[in-house]
Structure formats: C-alpha cells, structure tokens
Design a protein around this ligand. Structure first.
Ligand code: SF4
Ligand code: SF4
Length: 135
C-alpha cells in the first residue's frame, strides 16, 4: 500500500462531479479529505490523502487527468513566521483558500493552517519572508 497527499484543482464544470466517490468506488482507493475549497460553478481545490496499491493509485491519477482535474503532489507544508509578519496584507488577497486573512477591525492578519493548500503564492509575494516552505 502507498499513501500520497495530492492537491486537486477543478475547473468550474467539474466542481459538482463525484470525483472522490469515483476514486473510492472505481479505483479501490482510500480517500481522506484534508482540506477543501470548492465554490459550485467556480474553480475548486481539494487536498486529499490517498492510499491504495501503486497501480490503483496511478490509475486514479490517470482518471483525474483524463477528466481535466489538475493534480500536484503535496510534499511540503507552509509555516507562518508570525514574528516576521508586519500585517501588510499583501498576501491576503492572493491566498486562494483564505487561509491568510485580515480582520477588518484590527487590520491584523491571521493564518489558518487547516485551510492552506501549500500553493506557495504567499511565499512568493511576502516582502518580509514571513511565509516559509517546510519540506
Ligand atoms: S500557501 Fe499561502 S497563499 Fe497558498 S493557500 Fe497556503 S497560505 Fe494561502
Ligand atoms: S505578506 Fe507577509 S508580512 Fe505581509 S501580511 Fe502576509 S505574511 Fe505578513
């Protein structure tokens, strides 16, 4: 058995498809949804932990590619270095899952790790190196 963490990006026409159900039912995989961000009729993202036989895993990934779901292995994590953050908010409008958000009253930024899909956009944009990739 092999376990892998993978980020799935759905185009708008696939956000209401039973993709995880098919991975379980048709490809005999165990699927654990770690994080998700899906807005019907808009783009969606899911982070899945998928376990199964190597061959079945490959078949499942091939199925996703065939129907137009982009996949990317998740082998890293993102850390917010709070002490370095100046709450400049440069990252908050770019974060696709709103893992980084700003409290309007206080203008303080916070990081909700459970929502993060490790897309690294914040790492690229942060001028103070307050977002870090951990491998
Ligand atoms: S890596 Fe940064 S921008 Fe991407 S989801 Fe996580 S917090 Fe948001
Ligand atoms: S861009 Fe960097 S410094 Fe600015 S709010 Fe985001 S994490 Fe903090």
């Amino acid at each position: 058995m092999t376990t892998t963490k993978v980020v799935l990006r759905f185009p708008p026409d696939l956000t209401d498809q039973p993709v995880t159900y098919n991975l379980i039912k048709e490809y005999d995989l165990m699927v654990n949804i770690l994080r998700g961000h899906i807005i019907p009729k808009e783009e969606g993202m899911l982070v899945l932990e998928v376990t199964g036989k190597k061959k079945q895993l490959q078949r499942g990934m091939d199925y996703l590619a065939k129907i137009g779901v982009e996949t990317q292995k998740l082998s890293k994590d993102i850390r917010w270095l709070k002490d370095l953050c100046t709450h400049c908010t440069a990252c908050t409008s770019l974060c696709p899952t709103h893992a980084l958000s700003v409290e309007r009253d206080t203008m303080l930024v916070s990081f909700e790790k459970a929502e993060c899909i490790a897309c690294e956009m914040c790492v690229t944009v942060c001028p103070y190196s307050a977002m870090e990739v951990q491998f």
